[in-house]
Design a protein around this ligand. Structure first.
Ligand SMILES: *Cc1c(COP(=O)(O)O)cnc(C)c1O
Length: 459
């Protein structure tokens, strides 16, 4: 059996031993599956599950997807067999304690001062919703400013909350234009500024450090959406940082921050987190629940969470993972992120000397964007579309890619030689989020080069 199989067996054995303490339970006949149906279902299930891209493989670099670490999977499985609910303390006493410790580790990673407040969520979407909801309550419903390149959830959730979302321009590198933000703040009706530490499209890092002055001048709240990029904070410290240090260091001075352990924290889906610098925002969540809470002296995560039922297994998996891969730069999670970051730098360097492909923007994290070299924007867009179609369609030997739309004015600054005959063009995008990408960059680049030639030859 491989290491994953062993860990999963260990998880099942751990829970079987715990169950054994309470005496045997004979399954009810009605709950025993029919053998033939089970066999048939399992066969059909296997076929359905084959219909996935190989997210685990270093050749897959198309989207922000990878399997959980096998340690996380084992922790999740063990806790899921118990099925605690981290809504209420008596729903999951053990996993609630694990959540408090895991969230503490995340808050320490960002350098948030004690005391602070936070909890896990089922996603970055919900974590951002909570941060924007708290912001609405703390600012009397004033407008929320976000970058046009922020995750689209901010615009949508502002509308859910009945708060005005105001999108402002990003610069050619994909970073929020802080002069435009300041102009918006001067009106006096802006309550919150959303900064993104690692945009989902380009991996651009907004200048959180420079935005701190806006709070001084205009009293706005600062919320950092670090759903994707947050764990790169680990690489921002130290003598030779692999990412820009100042924006990540400034997160500690902001009012709230979101990070997704299910993106760069090795977790299965269902694990986001929201953290608040000021623990008194807990008052915003105040409510009376007549039936869930039996131990009022202790903290109930349900008292500080918008969601009610939440998987205790998500907390267990994160806690176990962080014991084995602590949030350190030099060991634990850091070296895995460093490998991804080096992979992105390596691919960018190779693209810079590739005659058929052009690096779009210098990668700030582990997302690399590039396009087939062409004289006009419409040609770039068409060639990108063909590369995606040809690369992904090659059944036996696909090149996994994604695309992102880039506005013409960004091209004007970064690639002035390209004729801007349309408003925008798609470019190709690779997400090198697995440490194994580091040793696979040469192969990936060779495939991309061949694909560019193929697309070129076809017209
Ligand atoms: C992924 C992402 C989100 C949304 O989070 P989900 O976990 O997918 O719900 C929000 N903001 C950023 C920057 C993201 O990368």
């Amino acid at each position: 059996m491989d290491e994953r199989g062993e860990l999963l067996e260990r998880a099942a054995a751990l829970i079987a031993a715990w169950e054994g303490r309470f005496g045997p339970v004979e399954p009810h006949p009605a709950s025993v599956p029919d053998t033939d149906r089970l066999e048939a279902a399992w066969g059909a299930f296997g076929e359905r599950m084959a219909d996935h891209y190989p997210f685990f493989h270093p050749r897959f670099a198309g989207q922000m997807l990878k399997p959980p670490h096998r340690v996380a999977a084992a922790g999740y499985l063990a806790a899921m067999l118990v099925n605690p609910n981290n809504h209420a303390l008596d729903g999951g006493p053990g996993t609630t304690a694990l959540e408090v410790e895991a969230v503490d580790a995340l808050a320490d990673m960002f350098g948030l001062a004690q005391p602070r407040l936070g909890h896990l969520t089922s996603s970055g979407t919900i974590a951002n919703l909570e941060a924007l909801w708290v912001a609405r309550e703390m600012t009397g419903g004033k407008a929320v400013v976000h970058s046009e390149l922020a995750h689209y959830t901010h615009d949508r959730m502002c509308r859910v909350l009945g708060v005005e979302p105001r999108a402002v321009a990003a610069d050619a590198h994909g970073r929020l234009d802080l002069d435009a933000v300041e102009a918006a703040c001067r009106g006096g009706d802006v309550g919150t500024v959303v900064l993104t530490a690692g945009t989902t499209g380009l991996g651009a890092i907004d200048r959180v450090d420079e935005a701190l002055a806006l709070r001084e001048r205009y009293g706005v709240r600062l919320h950092v959406d670090a759903a994707y990029g947050g764990f790169f904070t680990l690489l921002a410290r130290g003598a030779d940082p692999l990412v820009a240090g100042e924006p990540f260091a400034a997160i500690a001075q902001c009012d709230s921050v979101v990070v997704d352990p299910h993106k760069h924290g090795l977790q299965p889906y269902g694990c986001g987190a929201v953290l608040f610098a000021d623990p008194s925002v807990a008052a915003v969540y105040a409510h009376e629940s007549p039936y869930t809470y039996f131990v009022p002296a202790d903290l109930h995560l349900g008292e500080i969470s918008l969601e009610c039922s939440r998987a205790g297994a998500a907390a267990a998996a994160l806690w176990l993972t962080l014991q084995v891969f602590p949030l350190h730069a030099g060991d634990g999670l850091g070296p895995m992120l460093a490998a991804s970051r080096r992979a992105a730098l390596d691919l960018a360097a190779r693209l810079r000397s590739d005659p058929g492909l052009t690096l779009h923007v210098e990668p700030e994290l582990d997302i690399v964007t590039y396009f087939p070299s062409r004289p006009t924007l419409s040609d770039v867009d068409a060639a990108t579309e063909r590369a995606l179609a040809v690369g992904m369609a090659d059944g036996a030997d696909p090149v996994f890619l994604s695309t992102i739309r880039v506005a013409a004015n960004a091209f004007a600054q970064l690639h002035p030689g390209i004729v801007r005959d349309v408003d925008a063009a798609r470019v190709l995008r690779s997400v090198l989020m697995k440490p194994e990408h580091e040793t696979n960059v040469g192969d990936l680049h060779a495939r991309l080069s061949r694909l560019a030639e193929e697309v070129s030859a076809a017209g």
